[in-house]
Ligand binder design. Sequence first.
Ligand SMILES: Cc1cc2nc3c(=O)[nH]c(=O)nc-3n(C[C@H](O)[C@H](O)[C@H](O)COP(=O)(O)OP(=O)(O)OC[C@H]3O[C@@H](n4cnc5c(N)ncnc54)[C@H](O)[C@@H]3O)c2cc1C
Length: 482
Amino acid sequence: MSESKMRVAVVGAGAAGSAAAYRLWQKLGHAVSITVYERKEHVGGRAWDLQFAGTRIEVGGTLLHSSGRYTMELMEFTGSQAGGSGLSIDGKNETYAFWTGKGFVVTTRTSLQSMAANILRYVGLGSARRVVSSATGMASKWERVYDLLGSGQTFTTPQALLEELGLREATQLSLASYLGKLGANRRMTHDIVEPIIHNMYNQGAEIGALAGLVGLAGAGLAGGYLFAIEDGNWTIYDKTLAKIGADLRLNTQVTAIEMLSGSSAHGEGDLNGDELGGAGETREGADAAGGVGAGGARTCCAVTTADGASEYYDAVILAAPLALADLELRANGAPLDATVYPYQEVQTTLVVGTLNPAFFGADPRKRLPSTVFTADSAGAPFKSIGVTGHSPTYDSRIYKIFSADHEMTDEELGRIFSTIHDVHRFVWRGAYPVISPDIDHLPFELAPGLFYACAFETAAGAIEVESVAGYNTANLLAQYLT
Ligand SMILES: Cc1cc2nc3c(=O)[nH]c(=O)nc-3n(C[C@H](O)[C@H](O)[C@H](O)COP(=O)(O)OP(=O)(O)OC[C@H]3O[C@@H](n4cnc5c(N)ncnc54)[C@H](O)[C@@H]3O)c2cc1C
């Protein structure tokens, strides 16, 4: 490493951290050395897959949307290919359905056009048009973010970003109130929108309206198409970090980030061993961090890992949700004040088998829909159940069930499926935050030199949205250092 390089640490190698590292490399090139800390043995975070029943299944962030420019950019950068969405196993015979507990109110082929047409028939033209045009309007306002961030603009808070895009109001209302104001009817809100949002955020129409609209646009209501990365969504992050030459430290849990003012990472201030505190932390350690940055005294960031060692950086991007990161934030020895918003547990169950028509009150002679969305009022033990692949081992479909914090019991699976070949259960300790209209989002800059890439997730979250937030924190950091 060159003596003159600025040193930056990124904590978390998911979509947000990888996008931030890429953007830093793009903006600062060889002037910066980037260390990425990741506590797991792999990158990707909540974009992750596993081998099951002879094939590969995405168990976290699965569906990408064609409007996601940063995801597309990283695909191109890494030479990754788009594969199928996993929603269509048998091609045109796959169907989505909305289930109220009493039956399927809308059943539709996997094509987004056919979904739109059938929803329209069920809810009526007025409601459908208002909701679709609202999701489309949100998507086109959101698109401006790429020009703004591309030109180097920065946003210190999610509120400032939303204000600039003209989307602030949508975070101040619940989805139910927002749709009510639009004049959407009950069928649209409760039988269609709520089940879709359920599947994506584990919440109903009480969710903040922006997250709801992002969910609807992401489901294809605003056009475009859905896909997944051929070799696994996480692989674009793996390849990106390798290609930019980041120093990736897998299996390395960060336990504390401490901002130490009055010194730069290269030791121009007056820190002493006591101020640094902790095992292995010395003034020499700070000096050895190198990095000239803009020169002169600036905050130095000490990143401590589970083995007790600390390293020193000119700036740090925290790209892991505070609720899940299990680390301490400190400024000059005192805890840093940052609200920890709760994240929701999501149980994911994979089942190779055949659905039981009797459970859904469906005609046993008819083919069952491959993906079933429900609202809580349906009384089902799951939030959604959908086909997600084909098992070559059993020559049978694989279904993915999301059931919030409820573990699907064998008895429940026995009622939902008429045949079961294999089952795998997987728990996301924190899948998404609880999104409500009144959240006072954390800023993208928690302290001078410490940036928070997951700050936007309390307004809306998805792989692309987290990438956008990652880009913004990288822009902020570049501005801070130069
Ligand atoms: C079940 C499920 C389904 C989803 N479906 C979709 C979908 O279809 N489409 C979509 O766009 N989005 C979907 N999402 C959301 C999407 O996956 C997330 O919004 C996105 O992946 C979050 O990226 P991130 O980088 O912000 O956070 P994460 O992916 O959580 O990355 C944070 C990283 O930080 C690491 N880390 C945490 N603490 C520390 C520490 N102390 N030290 C070192 N490393 C640490 C973690 O191990 C992790 O790798 C889904 C999410 C879930 C859970």
